[in-house]
Write a protein that binds this ligand. Structure first.
Ligand code: G6P
Length: 301
């Protein structure tokens, strides 16, 4: 569908379809918040509350069809990896279509995207699926709902992650709360398992960990001490959380990431990673993730 057709079909109060960096993007807006989502990957690239950008986006990111964007929220599906197919799956590389826009009251504005298997996906992963992804912008927080259905005649399993890149003042000023006493798979140490002993998880080197079996309703909190900014993360039906910062060497090795950008970002990813979900033919699963920023500027949270 052309940009003009998409605009005619979907533009309304609080929803604008536009072109950005040669890709189609949808912008959602409430009086106090906004967010942008590329159809390529249904990739949320920006989330602003009370004028404060919450997400990191690399200046070196590619913006091309079939390529992942470095920053915001790459949607990782149907595999996190390592596994049989490309790391982090293919959903972040594919063009999603818009299914509907909606409001659930209280000043919210939402958009639902759809992705189904096609020749490209079946060439990578030989299974039929239908995925729906709703991005719901609230006046002061973001809600993400992902559901997927097995439309195949055989069972298959999947992993999922909201691979969110947060913008921070400096990695030295931040810590993550809520992970204490959880086991984690340390990808920097041959995927061995350890138990987190710290109340406040800080980062002083390359970190790549999957914290597992996090109790439902446990909030994870990203605290930036320099500007009193906090981001509270909550999930439903997602058991794991990744903490990642590439630090010096890995930053240099990534073509789509600046060598000196690592102090200004941290990824905290809510996901279903350690134990993939099995879906029988016709079966469906839903997952939710919520991002609540709060700072001195927005004391209501
Ligand atoms: O380069 P990407 O595929 O986007 O992956 C970037 C990073 O994402 C995750 O956090 C993984 O745990 C890391 O191992 C990986 O390096």
């Amino acid at each position: 569908m052309s940009l003009e057709q998409l605009q005619k079909e979907w533009n309304r109060d609080g929803v604008t379809v536009c072109e950005d960096k040669n890709l189609i993007q949808v912008r959602l807006e409430t009086p106090t918040s906004s967010c942008s989502i590329y159809l390529n990957g249904a990739h949320v690239s920006s989330f602003i509350v009370n004028g404060v950008q919450q997400f990191f986006l690399s200046e070196k990111s590619a913006y091309e069809p079939k390529k992942a964007i470095r920053g915001g929220i790459p949607l990782i599906y149907p595999q996190f990896g390592p596994g049989n197919i490309q790391t982090h799956g293919f959903a972040r590389n594919m063009q999603w279509s818009i299914k509907s826009t909606f409001s659930e009251g209280n000043g919210t504005i939402g958009i639902k995207f759809e992705l189904k298997d096609d020749d490209y996906s079946r060439n990578i992963w030989p299974n039929s699926f239908r995925a729906l992804y709703s991005v719901i912008l609230h006046p002061a927080h973001l809600e993400l709902r992902f559901s997927n259905k097995n439309t195949d005649i055989k069972p298959w399993n999947y992993q999922l992650a909201f691979h969110t890149y947060y913008s921070i003042s400096n990695i030295q000023n931040v810590h993550v709360e809520g992970l204490s006493q959880y086991e984690f798979i340390d990808k920097m140490k041959k995927a061995q398992k350890f138990t987190e002993s710290r109340q406040n998880v800080t980062i002083q080197e390359e970190v790549d960990r999957v914290y597992v079996s996090i109790k439902p309703d446990t909030p994870i909190v990203l605290v930036d001490q320099s500007n009193q900014h906090k981001i509270i993360l909550k999930s439903e039906n997602l058991n794991d959380a990744v903490v990642w910062n590439p630090w010096v060497d890995k930053s240099k090795a990534m073509a789509d990431f600046g060598d000196l950008e690592y102090p200004n970002m941290i990824c905290i990813e809510a996901g279903q990673i350690e134990k993939p979900k099995l879906l029988s033919p016709g079966e469906k699963q839903c997952h939710k993730h919520f991002i609540f920023p709060s700072s001195k500027q927005s004391p209501s949270l």
